[in-house]
Ligand binder design. Sequence first.
Ligand code: ANZ
Ligand code: ZN
Length: 828
Amino acid sequence: MEKSYNPKEIEKKWQEIWNEKHIFQTPNKSEKPKYYDLVMFPYPSGTLHVGHVKNYVIGDVVARYKRMKQFNVLHPFGFDAFGLPAENAAIDKGNIHPEDWTLKNIEIIRNQIKKLGISYDWSREVITCKEDYYKWTQWIFLQLYKNGLAYKKKAPVNWCPHCKTVLANEQVVNGKCERCGTNVEIKQLEQWYFKITDYAEKLLEDLEKLPGWPENVKTMQKNWIGKSIGAEVEFKIIGTDRTLKIFTTRPDTLWGVTFMALAPESPLVEELTTSDNIGKVHEFLRKVSLEDRFKRIAEEATKEGVFTGSYAINPVNGEKIPIYVANYILYEYGTGAIMAVPAHDQRDFEFAKKYNIPIKVVITPKDDVITESNIEKAYTGEGTLINSGQFSGLNSKEAIEKITQWLERNNFGKFTIQYKLRDWLISRQRYWGAPIPIIYCEKCGVVPVDEKDLPVKLPRNVKFEPTGKSPLINHPDFEETKCPNCGGKAKREVDTMDTFVDSSWYYLRYINPKMEDKPFDKQDVNNWLPVDQYIGGVEHAILHLLYSRFITKVLKDLGFIDFEEPFQNLFTQGMIYRNGAKMSKSKGNVVSPDEMINYFGADALRTYILFMAPPEKDAEWNDSGIEGTYRFLNRIWNTYFAIKDKIRNIKFQHVDNLKNKSEKYLRRKLHQTIKKITNDIEGDFQFNTAVSSLMELLNDLNDYLNKVEEKNWNLYLLKEFSESFLLMLSPMAPHISEELWSLLGKEELITDAHWPEVDEKALEIEEITLAIQINGKLRSQITVDADLSEDQIKNKALNEEKVKKYLEGTEVKKIIYVPGKIINIVIK
Ligand code: ANZ
Ligand code: ZN
């Protein structure tokens, strides 16, 4: 009996062989062109499900394909290993250290991934919580600090009362902690920031240099950076010598200002509130402070506020304008104060209606007349200026420019660009992260740790309080230290860095993962980067990608590297759902790769993940789907067993002078498929259609084998066919491909083989022209592919336009085909 397909046995065998031969270890120097294939490294929070695996399978097809195209492929893997879940697990369980928890999970995941047969260069593994990595994360902090790009300030910050730490704006989603969903509070705290705002324009501009990124990701980054062009205008405050500075994108509406408004957090509120308004104002501030800040500024929220008692003077016309405090003004944006134009801004309109503040129309649309008495909502569109002094009659777009220039000439204001992007808050009040390498000396003040003293090590002996207070606070081996400057009594910074700092540069460390005196070698990094293909989830569209781009740009400007964008091409894969929902332990809908590998093998799992949908789309897991790809692999196996002994000793050669129709057809299908799959992979990663093309091709092969008598098989053709087929299958299902390849007598690994070439000649189709007779009379003619079958030709003839007319209302009795010449249709 023939041996049957046994994935368990062959997958283990080939993984061991690959491993022993170290074939996935990539040298930094090579004659071949480089290709850096990177997947987003995971946070090791437990075991992987098949949704995670999709990322790695896509990355592996790319890596193996590029390898076969003779690139020197860098395909590394690692772990984003610092972070809250480890610490929370330690607090919850009480008896496990975050480090042990993390390393244990890494061990589990590494084994899961190894069973998938992914072609990672494990010798380059990077784990961000290890000292030899976070030493360099701290080094990066110091470079930013020395160059004025890391600073400490007291500011209102997002505080998650559950995680007991601050969060970056990016980590707050709809007012809730991204991690745990708790409502985020605002606290005034001293925190460390990276000055990413210095790079706002560059980060925006350079998106243009990334044609290989999905448009939606670039749009998200653009919106996050949030560039607004406008003017800063100063309004004198009556009775003081102070001015109130506002930011507006609509200086063309200056003649329509009827009130001004301050953010409740603005220190000006106290200053400008007159004594008879103190009571009301304080009451309002108290009310606002209890409100959810994110609900407060939502578009649909009720606009509320109180009058401060103070007035400003509109510089354009000298009008006296009341100053309010209003809940919809953000303290952190612009100047934290606005000029309000109810006729042309909907928020101001709602506010004015509520408090009976006048509304002045200064822009009219072309085909409509808006007046104070008929206005029902703000008119925010373009139009013609009215009641605007010497600018009346101008189009609003033009007026914005002219008025801004006029403001500048009169010293009332100036052209300004504003960004929504805030500086990156990087300090976290937690233990399990890279310590911020800063020392506070009683005499010298803030002193950075000397580079030669890095890493600032996390002490291993820590106790976690149920209160969540960082165990670094008052830790005897950590917080108490000596000043590197004067040797006097000093304290260490007890905050650690946001894990997004760790992941903002890991792709550089893969280049020289073990280098001891530098984070990386400049030349090696310049050779390998930018990453040719980055693959990951769209959930990282903003945070991780923006931070990585920022750190890259900083390192470039400081002369450590020569490129300014880290990721040339980005692919965001879709998620795998099950029972209509994202896979998660709590929903109980998780599919484990281990279980699938046990049943069907890694190759069937990989092939199914690739086959289930276009990789960028979300897809629903289906148990019968993987059974289908498993059957496909079995059919391949059995087909190869039927032919392997016959072709094993045949010498490979191109069989390009085929006369026989079915041989010609089979070879044409083969080369069409090589062309198609090459395009599918090179293009948009359409692996799903690549798999289905292979399924079709296998059917064509079996049709041939069944139709043609065994003694008439063209063994040269079968040799070419079966080798090319395996080569194309191998990036997707590498184990079965290796096994069958070796059974064909090959000595080199298929993993090291060359990707098959298209023989353009095989694609040529010979055509013949046939006369069509109806009841013996010549009625038409058709041109068809010479290798169509008789039935296909007859069908074409019946569907020819002219013929169809003749046949209308009749009945075809018989069709006679004289090969290569005539089709005679006999009707009643
Ligand atoms: C007067 C005006 C008239 C405005 C008008 C708009 C329309 P973007 O595009 O988001 O940059 N604004 C300025 N600072 C603000 C703050 N801290 N909190 C809330 N709103 C603020 O929006 C800029 C516009 O938002 C500015 O232009 C200002 O209102 C308001 F017909 O000024 B505008
Ligand atoms: Zn000192």
